[in-house]
Design a protein around this ligand. Structure first.
Ligand code: NAP
Length: 216
């Protein structure tokens, strides 16, 4: 499949480019915002690179794609306006374009707590969770075949391949998940039929990724 990686220049995005670039099954199409980010994508092994910005028109990037992975985000250093523009409206634009161009699979990197902003008193986090929840809901109501993956806190630890995946994970205390394992879950979600049209949370755990997804 031609897989568009949206947010390819991000920390998780880099890992996705590297892993998909090595895959025989898929072609890694890295979407970045700036010309000067192209060299890094080439080094990571991207099969193709496209320049596009979620705050502008992205139709040219989505055309010809079989699947998309949304791994972009405005980040915690920007204000609510960017969170709204990128995490919410940018993701919704990607859903619209994916529908228009017959994309067969949409994999969303969301977040634990998305759509449940009452769970936090931090105002920025509230806005972020609302934006992620709104984008998730928009995708769920679309005609696309989708998977919404909601990880807890991300780390840069080495991958261990073992996760817990559940609709709602109750015990989150002191837990996290390496970005590399999140990337593996996103890639597995491109083709694993057990998670089609499912929304679930993930953290490091005790089951192999494939087995954990098959139990969903
Ligand atoms: P990251 O390193 O912050 O990367 C985000 C990427 O999004 C960057 O490459 C950035 O591009 C890109 N981006 C920002 N605005 C854009 C726009 N208008 N158009 C296109 N691309 C744009 O992300 P990460 O730490 O790997 O996390 C990935 C996602 O996981 C987050 O966004 C968040 O939603 C989710 N998540 C995070 C956590 C956590 O603990 N951090 C937990 C759960 C879920 P530039 O490189 O050009 O700036």
């Amino acid at each position: 499949m031609n897989v568009l990686i949206v947010g390819a220049n991000g920390t998780t995005g880099n890992i996705l480019v590297e892993k998909l670039g090595k895959s025989r099954e898929h072609k890694a199409v890295a979407m970045v915002r700036k010309e000067e980010q192209k060299a890094k994508m080439e080094q990571l092994g991207a099969d193709e690179i496209v320049i596009a910005d979620l705050e502008k028109d992205i139709e040219h990037a989505v055309k010809g794609m079989d699947a998309v992975i949304f791994a972009a985000g405005a980040g915690s250093k920007t204000g609510p306006d960017k969170t709204y523009a990128v995490d919410q409206e940018g993701a919704k634009q990607l859903v619209n374009q994916a529908e228009k161009h017959g994309v067969k699979r949409f994999v969303m990197l969301s977040s634990i707590g998305a759509g449940n902003p009452v769970a936090t008193s931090d105002q920025n986090m509230k806005v972020y969770l609302e934006a992620k929840g709104s984008a998730d809901e928009y995708l769920q109501k679309s005609s696309l075949s989708y998977v919404i993956v909601r990880p807890g806190p991300l780390s840069n630890d080495a991958e261990n391949g073992q996760i817990e995946a559940k609709e709602k994970i109750e015990d989150m205390k002191d837990r996290s998940i390496p970005r590399a394992d999140v990337a593996n879950v996103l890639i597995e979600s491109l083709t694993n039929e057990h998670v089609t049209n499912k929304t679930f949370e993930i953290l490091s755990g005790e089951r192999h990724i494939e087995e954990a997804l098959e139990s969903m």
